[in-house]
Ligand binder design. Structure first.
Ligand SMILES: [Zn+2]
Ligand SMILES: [Zn+2]
Length: 442
């Protein structure tokens, strides 16, 4: 008995010596994960409260003043060095870990949409705003309230682990992701104002809720092009007005515009290599004429182009211009193309994506798919990915067992993500930061 007791005492002594030695170096990754998961559980009541408060008080792009003050106050309370007013209402916060190392940035977007909420939730928004000179209802219909509360939760978890972090965490709250007509804003302006510098960011992570009807806690992404580049174009076809009974006396822009619509559809189907990446050219509006018996002077058209490959994007934009101009010229008309370049493709750095896949796999609940299909929606997180290695992923928010065909998607007035996904989001962002700084998978 006595000797057994002595042996047990020796083992205890050895393990306490090991943990004392361990306290001077970075704890093992599984120890950090256990602490992270516990801290994430603990912060959840706050995350839910933040989410409902932000949901009830949405603000349109470039007008997120209440939201900005709310986020800055919480980050200061957590001990971050906070800079407000970046790209108008953006908030950037820095946490320097106890040991030197790289810089990791986590980003969430802050803006609501001109949508009148129809969820019937007790904390539904009654907010109103001005959009394009009109009064509109305002709602967090894209889930940016989820993104902000998840990132605040992750920020608090990381603040609690500050002493053990080898490097720096940069929290980026970005306004105007959805774009504001006629105004610069969002990620592009954040980058111009130096969000990726001082300290210089080595890797950046972000998430979007929904997009696909996957159940709460699911995580999906892919290397390379995840979300499309979205470019808007307008075409003005100019002919010559005449009597509808004597079309030969003028140049008919309606017939020319019709030929352009069909010509544009042959770019993707006949002229580019579809095995490289998918692409879409859509004509969304076509307006011309005032009366059944008048051939009008001009027709205006507009549409959107979605691409995943930067080279293919250039090629398609050039072909849209050429197709419109040459078809018009063949009829003796002119076509002017006005291109409004939108967000680039959201590009996941292949090496970073592979390296961080285990971090996301560890925290996913429900579906986990690191080779998901790309989506034709766009996202201005892409501007960060053009400058630094970045990884963007989707977080499922559909209630468990819900019928996918009845799902109200992002931008619907009935979009109502399941709060069960919040903890997965917090664990995911915090884990990406902790694992990246710890050099996991390197
Ligand atoms: Zn959106
Ligand atoms: Zn969004």
């Amino acid at each position: 008995m006595g000797s057994t007791r002595n042996a047990a005492a020796t083992v205890l002594l050895a393990s306490s010596l090991a943990s004392a030695a361990g306290a001077q170096t970075t704890p093992a990754l599984d120890v950090l994960h256990a602490r992270l998961d516990k801290a994430a559980e603990a912060v959840m009541p706050k995350v839910v409260t933040w989410r409902r408060d932000l949901h009830a008080h949405p603000e349109l792009g470039n007008q997120e003043t209440r939201t900005s003050a709310f986020l800055a106050a919480e980050l200061r309370r957590m001990g971050y060095e906070v800079t407000s007013g970046v790209a108008r209402t953006g908030v950037v916060a820095v946490l320097r870990g106890g040991k030197p190392g790289p810089v990791v940035a986590l980003r969430a977007d802050m803006d609501g949409l001109p949508v009148t909420e129809e969820t019937g939730l007790p904390f539904a928004s009654n907010a109103r705003g001005q959009y394009n000179g009109r009064e509109v209802g305002v709602m967090h219909a894209c889930g940016h309230d989820f993104h902000m509360s998840i990132l605040l939760g992750a920020a608090e978890v990381l603040a609690g682990m500050k002493a053990d972090l080898s490097g720096t965490v940069k929290i980026v709250f970005q306004p105007a992701e959805e774009g504001v007509p006629g105004e610069p804003g969002g990620a592009e302006v954040m980058v111009k104002e130096g969000v990726l510098e001082n300290p210089k960011v080595d890797a950046m992570f972000g998430l979007h809720v929904g997009i696909t009807p996957l159940e709460a806690g699911s995580i999906t992404f892919r290397p390379k092009g995840l979300m499309a580049a979205g470019d808007t174009y307008r075409i003005v076809v100019k002919g010559r007005q005449t009597h509808g009974a004597m079309p030969w006396a003028g140049v008919d822009p309606i017939v020319v515009a019709s030929q352009i619509v069909l010509g544009l559809q042959t770019i993707v189907s006949r002229q580019i290599d579809l095995t490289t990446a998918p692409a879409v050219v859509t004509v969304g509006t076509i307006e011309g004429g005032s009366r059944h018996n008048i051939v009008p002077d001009q027709v205006r058209m507009s549409g959107t182009i979605r691409t995943f490959d930067p080279e293919m994007r250039k090629e398609i934009l050039a072909r849209v211009k050429r197709t419109a101009e040459d078809i018009a010229s063949a009829a003796g008309a002119t076509a002017e193309l006005i291109l409004d370049e939108g967000y680039p493709a959201t590009w996941n750095d292949s090496a970073l994506t592979e390296r961080m896949t285990p971090s996301l796999k560890r925290v996913a609940a429900g579906t986990f798919n690191p080779n998901a299909q790309p989506t034709t929606t766009s996202e201005d997180f892409s501007f960060y990915g053009q400058k630094v290695p970045a990884l963007y992923f989707f977080l499922g928010v559909a209630p468990k067992g819900a019928d996918p065909s009845a799902w109200a998607a992002n931008h619907s007035p009935r979009f109502s993500p399941d709060e069960a996904a919040l903890i997965t989001g917090v664990r995911a962002l915090a884990s990406l930061a902790v694992d990246f700084l710890a050099g996991a998978g390197k």
